[in-house]
Ligand binder design. Structure first.
Ligand code: ZN
Ligand code: ZN
Length: 427
């Protein structure tokens, strides 16, 4: 029997309305008890956690681990290591690998690699269409059977409305969410940043905010028609948020996530042609950013997810038009949220924990997101006072492409526990 006691931490678990200094007892990979102190620890490994906060292990429901096919950018081993080094006990891996995850064989491969790495839990997301070509539906049943928890062609939107309709109908059979990268590419050939003041000033081709909103609209209509659970990936604009809010008010199964970068940056970050500020959807305006903050506070936003998208330095060193879209996020997200959201007074610590644990767990239908008795012993320990300076050279990820290099932030993950086993400790 393996027994781990986390002693004297402030336990913050919104799923149980808990915020109290207690001892947390983990036995054989599950939460055995939360006690008021004085727990017997003769036969246990003890973590002295006075001054730290223990929360349900964070779940990042949107990452790109790049394997198979793009191991020079990231591997399942390096990506799941980056996850635990960022305080995440689980991640959901998008399907846009090579080959894409459009079959049980690839889903099984991902799970096998993740098990070998023994870091974070990895939940594969299957593609919506075969080869992510947007034409023929993937074998959802086989992928779900093998362990896929959702479907998405993320990286690309599903353009064909009839294909999306059938995908939603099919997904309801397995009760999995359809996660869509909401973009309308025909609207902005060659667009590389938000269309507005800065794209004009910089002479770069724009992507109008309507690109996201048109797609969100279409998919909400389809979700209503099919009864599917529709999840908006990396929602970025105030107009899209308003549509999600209306859909929820009408009782539809619509959910959304936002990224830390859309919560703290605007398109002004592009002004020095910095390719680490190039991502999809693009960084938008201050009024969009403020709307997203409001959406966190009022409950419209269901999850914070990083859209961790590692690229090789050589790729990101291309000029702005040619560099690939995307930034890494696993090792900066928690400090950004603690500093810019909680310390800044935008949301409470408890709400932040919800957005990073029970929120994504509920959408994906995966275990975790709670420290209730009998739950998986996945725990993130936080040090709210720790000052950190973002240094990409220290990342466990193979990606170094972050706009946050050099940022000084207060608050950081301190230790990550997966299934009752300590998998990462901050030096
Ligand atoms: Zn995307
Ligand atoms: Zn993505």
């Amino acid at each position: 029997m393996s027994r781990l006691v986390v002693r004297g931490a402030r336990i913050v678990d919104p799923s149980q309305n808990l915020d109290e200094v207690c001892d947390l007892v983990l036995v054989d990979g599950i939460v055995e008890s939360i006690v008021d102190g004085g727990v017997q620890s003769d036969d246990a490994q003890v973590i002295e956690a006075k001054g730290l906060v223990a929360v349900p292990g964070f779940i990042d429901m949107h990452v790109h681990l790049r394997e198979p096919g793009f191991e020079y950018k990231e591997t399942i081993a390096s990506g799941s290591h980056a996850a635990v080094a960022g305080g995440f006990t689980a991640v959901a891996a998008m399907a846009n690998t090579d080959p894409p995850n459009d079959s049980a064989a690839v889903t099984e491969f991902i799970l096998r690699k993740a098990a070998q790495a023994r870091k974070a839990r990895v939940y594969p997301i299957g593609s919506i269409t075969k080869g992510m070509k947007g034409e023929e539906l993937s074998e959802m049943g086989e992928m779900v059977e093998a362990g896929a928890v959702a479907v998405s062609d993320d990286g690309l939107p599903v353009d064909d409305v009839n294909v999306m309709r059938r995908a939603m109908e099919y997904a309801t059979v397995f009760d999995i969410p359809v996660i869509e990268h909401c973009e309308t590419p025909d609207l902005h050939p060659g667009g590389v940043m938000n269309e507005g003041y800065w794209s004009t000033a910089l002479g770069l081709r724009g992507i109008p905010r309507a690109s996201e909103e048109i797609s969100v609209d279409r998919n909400i209509v389809l979700a209503e028609m099919t009864g599917a659970r529709f999840h908006v990936a990396h929602l970025s604009t105030s107009g899209a948020l308003r549509r999600v809010q209306e859909a929820k008010a009408r009782g539809l199964g619509v959910t959304c996530e936002v990224t830390p970068h859309h919560l703290v940056l605007t398109d002004e970050s592009v002004k020095s042609y910095d390719t680490s500020a190039k991502m999809k959807p693009p960084l938008v305006t201050e009024s969009d950013r403020l709307a997203l903050l409001q959406g966190l506070a009022d409950g419209t936003v269901d999850a914070i997810a990083t859209d961790h998208a590692p690229h090789h330095m050589d790729e990101k060193s291309e000029d702005f038009d040619h560099a690939p879209f995307g930034i890494v996020g696993l090792e900066t997200a928690v400090s950004l949220c603690l500093d810019r959201l909680v310390r800044a007074g935008v949301i409470s610590l408890s709400r932040m924990v919800e957005l990073l644990s029970s929120g994504p767990a509920r959408i994906l239908g995966v275990p975790g997101g709670t420290l209730a008795l009998g739950a998986p012993a996945d725990v993130t320990l936080l040090d709210l006072e720790r000052r950190v300076r973002v240094d990409p050279d220290t990342f466990a990820s193979r990606g170094r492409n972050t706009p946050f290099a050099g940022w000084e932030l207060t608050g950081s993950p301190a230790k990550t526990i997966v299934s009752g086993r300590v998998v990462w400790t901050r030096e």
